[in-house]
Write a protein of this length. Structure first.
Length: 138
């Protein structure tokens, strides 16, 4: 991870590790990360839609966590992903931008692009902000 808040290294999920996610920017308003296509393909050699959806949900969830840190986190309640272009190799980069940063609900728009800068998918995640157990109200 590059130039990220210290707490970010402590909240990497096993699924993020499996798909090879690398975060490069993390603020409440914007989150950027990449995944390789290699190892994340469906049987026909294309980037799996589930890997793309995981990228979308993880980036937006990390933004929600940055928004609520240190007491509150976002849990996804609505995920939408539209696949626009097949990807056969290289890496894809997702950029999550906050659409709404509320006290109880946050929403992020996430665009996914290939190495040539072509948009391959677009997604949106809405999270319900919850207080972590034992942390009290923020």
């Amino acid at each position: 991870m590059n130039n990220l808040p210290g707490w970010a290294a402590e909240v990497v999920s096993p699924l993020d590790t499996k798909i090879g996610l690398v975060l490069t920017e993390l603020t409440p308003k914007r989150v950027v990360g990449t995944i390789p296509v290699d190892g994340n393909q469906q049987p026909f050699g294309l980037l799996h839609g589930g890997a793309t959806a995981t990228l979308v949900e993880t980036l937006a969830s990390m933004g929600a966590m940055a928004h609520g840190y240190p007491r509150r986190v976002g849990v996804g309640v609505d995920l939408n992903v539209t696949h626009l272009r097949a990807v056969k190799g290289g890496t894809v980069t997702g950029t999550a931008v906050a659409v709404h940063l509320g006290v109880s609900v946050v929403t992020y728009q996430v665009d996914v692009r290939d190495e040539e800068g072509r948009q391959t998918a677009t997604g949106r995640l809405t999270c319900h902000m919850i207080t972590l157990p034992g942390m009290g109200e923020a």
